[in-house]
Design a protein around this ligand. Structure first.
Ligand code: ADP
Length: 458
């Protein structure tokens, strides 16, 4: 086994063991805390009972009765009884069982105003704490009962030591479930690596879940499979795009070649030569425009276009494009109606937004319309532009693909086109922070609805 693998396994084991160690620590700390609280309550209950008992005696027979009663009691070897007058004046102090381990606490540090208080006074480390209960009496004196908590402290220390030893014993034991968990997670990764290594470069299969794969592993495999599916889809789309590009480039290139051949063949006839050269220019212009559109689409989709955003009067912008298309529309018998909302201004790049109108108008004319209606109006903080035609329409299953690169509808193949116009339109509208939607009914017409932002000041 390589050293990096050993390192990884140790690291993985430790990573899985840490939560178990934290749990063990919390458990033993909680156990220690419960013991501590139980002992403290016991001491306090005992002191409270004694205080109550001697308070009754004091009320009945005063300080002398108190002393007699305390001395007669058997179990006061670890306690004291103290009667204090105003200004810390000591009236009575009885602690017959006092020995070296029972030095009394410093009463000057005891709270002045008291009504049954608990005070753990620790006069010195070796002597243990005192749990003191005190109450003011009707005559202004204060009665105090102290219980030495040394034994409890000792018990607590022993419990602490035992719990600590148990915790230390549990630490290596925790490594067992941690090791199982670490193995299980590395098992998933190992099986994934193996499956990926065995895959051909085509990535045709899905990764499989095996018997030992845990829920997290299953989620990971699902996520990787989703990624693979997306990758397959992208590869397929790329292949289709490449095929389309190759196909679309081949036709003009073949035409270019045959025109050039024809020109060479008729080399001694100047008129034919000129004609061939003019055709070559036309074809190469077509090729160039196709490549430029492709670059524009790529640029717009990558969001790397530098837009010269400025307030553009919408009516003028659309009218400029309508002027360009008026002759061709007339030739083809297409009527165009434009009803703009006056003074509507959009925030746009003048030149690029004109390309959008031109592409949509070009398509509407190209795809057999006789009537095109354009309207524009303001909707909240956006301008809405609607371009409706009554042409051939788009079938329902093609509607989702019209924005794809190089997509051409089945019925549109007889018309010239590259299948890039709408891709560029959408990318441009999106880069303006706008939206575009299409709806269509076959043989009835198509409507494009565009929303574009308007400048804030308007
Ligand atoms: P092109 O027009 O060059 O084919 P586009 O990206 O502009 O490419 O359009 C993609 C496809 O969407 C077209 O091939 C056509 O099938 C369909 N389409 C776009 N606009 C219209 C329209 N106004 N009427 C009918 N179909 C349209």
């Amino acid at each position: 086994m390589s050293s990096s693998r050993i390192k990884y396994q140790i690291h993985s084991l430790l990573r899985h063991a840490v939560p178990y160690w934290i749990c063990v620590g919390i458990f033993f700390f909680a156990a220690f805390f419960v013991v501590l609280m139980t002992l403290r309550h016991q001491e306090q209950d005992r002191a409270r009972q004694l205080l109550h008992y001697y308070q009754t005696i004091y009320q009945q027979s005063g300080p002398s009765g108190l002393q007699l009663s305390y001395t007669a009691a058997r179990d006061h070897t670890d306690s004291f009884l103290r009667l204090e007058g105003p200004n810390l004046r000591l009236i009575l102090l009885t602690n017959d069982g006092q020995n070296e381990t029972q030095t009394l606490p410093d009463f000057s540090s005891f709270p002045k105003s008291i009504d049954l208080v608990w005070h753990a006074l620790q006069p010195g480390r070796s002597r243990g704490p005192w749990t003191v209960a005190a109450t003011p009496l009707a005559d202004g004196n204060t009665l105090q009962i102290g219980i030495n908590s040394g034994k409890s402290l000792h018990l607590l220390q022993r419990m602490g030591r035992i719990l600590l030893q148990l915790a230390i014993l549990f630490l290596p034991l925790c490594c067992i479930p941690a090791w199982i968990a670490a193995r299980r997670s590395s098992e998933t990764i190992r099986s994934l690596t193996e499956q990926i290594n065995n895959m051909s470069s085509e990535v045709t299969r899905e990764l499989q879940v095996n018997r030992k794969t845990g829920p997290e592993g299953k989620n990971l495999i699902k996520a990787v499979n989703r990624l693979l599916t997306r990758h397959r889809q992208l590869t397929r789309e790329l292949q289709e795009s490449m095929d389309n590009v190759a196909h679309d480039l081949r036709t003009p290139m073949t035409r270019l070649r045959s025109i050039a051949e024809y020109g060479l063949h008729k080399g001694d006839d100047n008129a034919h030569l000129r004609e061939a050269l003019a055709d070559c220019l036309e074809e190469s212009d077509r090729l160039l425009s196709m490549l430029n559109t492709m670059l524009n689409v790529a640029e717009a989709e990558a969001d790397s276009v530098k837009l010269d955003l400025q307030p553009v009067p919408l009516e003028n912008s659309i009218n400029d494009v309508l002027d360009l298309y008026s002759i061709i529309a007339e030739e083809q018998g297409v009527a165009i109606h434009f009803t703009p909302q006056p003074d509507l201004v959009i925030l746009a790049d003048r030149q690029r937004i004109s390309q959008v109108w031109a592409n949509l108008l070009d398509n509407a004319i190209k795809y057999n319309s006789t009537e095109i209606t354009i309207s524009s109006f303001r909707q909240d903080n956006m301008a809405q532009i609607r371009i409706r035609d009554n042409g051939m329409g788009i079938s329902e299953n093609e509607l989702n693909h019209v924005w794809d690169r190089l997509f051409r509808g089945d019925r549109s193949r007889s018309k010239p086109g590259l299948g890039l116009g709408l891709t560029l339109v959408r990318a441009t509208v999106n880069s303006h922070d706008g939206t575009i939607e299409v709806s269509s009914t076959i043989n009835q017409g198509t409507t494009f609805t565009i929303h574009l932002p308007i400048p804030e000041s308007t």
